[in-house]
Design a protein around this ligand. Structure first.
Ligand code: NAD
Length: 505
């Protein structure tokens, strides 16, 4: 095992291609090579389609090494008072603010987001760390005199070693959805980032070390399926959290639960935005376009289907015009891979062949840089007259594509929304409180917006959808996240021992 500790800072402060260090595992405070390598992959900068680093996929022996390191470090960490554990989050917040630009540029390079959207992700990640800072003030358990001289007290205890598996689309924010609660809760973490975007976790691992987190409390195991399955199966891991596609979320939820772990697995999405004629045109147009093109549509909260109720023609026209004016590479970033571009184009082609209108055609957008880059690009695309039975209306496309479905009544819109198997986000655009109230009471989604196209619940509210968008109970962020990573211990105490009272006295 070759170990290294010196990681140079990511050098780029613009979009010019920049290579960086290879992603290695962080085990017990050391960056090390995989001992059970399965394969080595390129980490591609999607703007250029060029490798900026490599990542070696780990196997079960690497997961086991991380569990051993976590086990050694855990007793001292969990013995610290929660306020002392939270100090690491205060320091991490300051370090992330110090390095905001460097982190954002690294994120932009490994994921393909434009800088402004990468910086917004880093800002949101910092907000998650701030929630971790606040936990000592929230985590006071309750205590009650349940009977004369008898008190019952609730304490939040760590679960032990926890695994967090994350997707490519938010390489720093999604890991920080869970890390603050897991770490401040007194656990040791093994994080498995997406093999497509493992570099942000190299930067975060360095910052956590600088923030004074003891070695072995935060471990990174890079990998793909083999590493994830080893995390599900390892008997030394007590909790398993996952964020990614529904297909994998469903699979790993069952696998982790089968070994007795508590599990919370968030999956994909197909978000419906309903527009009625009394909607404010400009607010609605701006919001819908930002929702479906932000982060190149590669976010689980992105608008996917615009369900147009009655005559909302001027809003539809506005959406098309604004989308057509967007410039790939400036207003939104690249798509993560060539395979994803092919998949997304396939949905557009199939919708067109099935009778939908390609009102704004992102297939024609070229790479944005005159420098002749060969990255993975697709412009904003608006499909009109999409039928609810088309794949473009039913399946997660995960790209800069909006499908417009036209209906006559709000009831028809709700039926379409309710019929989709996902349940992440849903939104209504209206100026009527009565309509908003009706829709918010009926949509099958865990995160809903009124005139808000990306209704992410901000801290301290918890992030989590319904139905096929989530397997397990509770939300992954906020207070639910802390509850997921802790166990309630009830301590019943009686000091004034009385011989003449029975056990209920
Ligand atoms: P993905 O499911 O392909 O990968 C997610 C993680 O699972 C990665 O770490 C990957 O290495 C691992 N993985 C992939 N295949 C696996 C397998 N067969 N067995 C075990 N592990 C496997 O997802 P992605 O492409 O990285 O991310 C995009 C998806 O994530 C979209 O569906 C998106 O909607 C979803 N997502 C959901 C949320 C949410 O909060 N609900 C947030 C972000 C992304």
């Amino acid at each position: 095992m070759t170990a290294s500790t010196a990681i140079p800072a990511f050098p780029a402060r613009d979009y010019a291609f920049a290579p960086w260090v290879d992603a290695r595992n962080l085990i017990g405070g050391q960056w090390v090579d995989a001992v059970d390598p399965q394969a080595t992959l390129d980490v591609i900068n999607p703007r250029y389609g060029r490798a900026m680093a490599t990542v070696t996929l780990s196997g079960a022996a690497d997961v086991d090494a991380a569990v051993k390191a976590a086990n050694s470090a855990l007793p001292a960490w969990r013995a610290l008072p929660i306020r002392e554990r939270a100090q690491v989050m205060f320091r991490l917040r300051d370090l992330m603010r110090r390095d905001r630009d460097a982190l954002s540029w690294l994120l932009s390079h490994e994921n393909g987001k434009v800088f402004s959207q990468a910086a917004a992700e880093v800002d949101k990640a910092i907000e998650c760390v701030e929630f971790g800072c606040s936990l000592p003030n929230l985590a006071a358990g309750t205590q009650l005199e349940v009977s004369r001289g008898v008190t019952c007290e609730l304490r939040y205890e760590p679960v032990g070693i926890v695994a967090c598996v994350t997707p490519f689309n938010f390489p720093i924010m999604v890991p920080l959805w869970t890390l603050p609660q897991a770490l401040v809760g007194g656990n040791a973490v093994i994080l498995k980032p997406s093999e497509q975007t493992p570099l942000s976790m190299v930067a975060l691992g360095e910052l956590l070390r600088e923030a004074g987190l003891p070695d072995g409390i935060f471990n990174v195991v890079n990998g793909g399926r083999a590493a994830v399955e080893a995390l599900c199966d390892h008997p030394g891991i007590q909790a398993f959290s996952f964020v990614g596609s529904t297909r994998v979320a469903r699979m790993v939820y069952g696998r982790a639960c089968a070994t007795g772990k508590r599990a919370l697995c968030l999956g994909g999405a197909k978000n419906h935005l309903i527009v009625v004629p009394d909607a404010d045109p400009q607010v609605t147009i701006d919001n819908i376009v930002a929702s479906f093109t932000g982060c190149s549509g590669q976010r689980c909260m992105a608008a996917a289907n615009l369900v147009a109720v009655g005559n909302v023609e001027s809003i539809i026209e506005g959406v098309k015009q604004q989308a057509a004016a967007l410039v790939a590479g400036k207003d939104h970033g690249a798509i993560n891979s060539a395979a994803s571009v092919d998949r997304i184009r396939g949905y557009i082609d199939a919708a067109e062949a099935g009778g939908a209108t390609v009102a704004v055609d992102g297939r024609r957008s070229a790479a944005p840089d005159a420098a002749g880059t060969e990255g993975y690009w697709l412009g904003a695309t608006v499909l009109d007259h999409v039928r609810p039975d088309m794949p473009a209306a039913r399946e997660e496309i995960f790209g800069t594509v909006l499908s417009i479905i036209r209906v006559d009544t709000l009831e028809q819109a709700l039926e379409i929304e309710n019929a989709n198997p996902y349940g992440n986000a849903s939104c209504i655009y209206t100026t009527s409180g009565e309509v908003a109230r009706r829709v918010m009471g009926r949509v099958e989604a865990g995160m809903c917006g009124v005139n808000v196209g990306v209704p992410v619940p901000r801290e301290p509210f918890g992030f989590g959808g319904w139905n096929d968008s989530k397997f397990g109970v509770g939300n992954i962020t906020g207070w639910d996240g802390f509850r997921f990573f802790t166990r309630g211990r009830k301590v019943t105490t009686k000091w004034a021992l009385q011989q003449d009272w029975n056990w209920m006295a």
